[in-house]
Design a protein. Structure first.
Length: 86
């Protein structure tokens, strides 16, 4: 969380399973303070329950590592191109 606060990124990619604090907790805490960051959840935990919870907590995107890598790359490319135009 400190890195996110220090670096002020446009996009954060989180997994649900992370050391110390899970990705959903990080998402929730940062989203409360920052509405301008795009959040991608990129995880092996593709259960609908996780997807629904992440989206409810403010994730912009939810991708399954096993199937959605190309979609993640497309979102990153789109966001990067949109950022260049600012």
């Amino acid at each position: 969380m400190q890195i996110i606060e220090d670096k002020n990124p446009d996009l954060v990619i989180l997994d649900i399973r992370m050391p110390e604090m899970n990705g959903i907790e990080v998402l929730k805490k940062i989203r409360e303070k920052r509405k301008d960051i795009n959040f991608c959840m990129f995880t092996n935990s593709s259960n609908k329950q996780y997807r629904d919870r992440c989206l409810a907590e403010g994730a912009d995107y939810f991708f399954d590592k096993n199937f959605d890598i190309q979609q993640l790359l497309e979102v990153i490319s789109t966001l990067a191109n949109n950022h260049k135009g600012e």
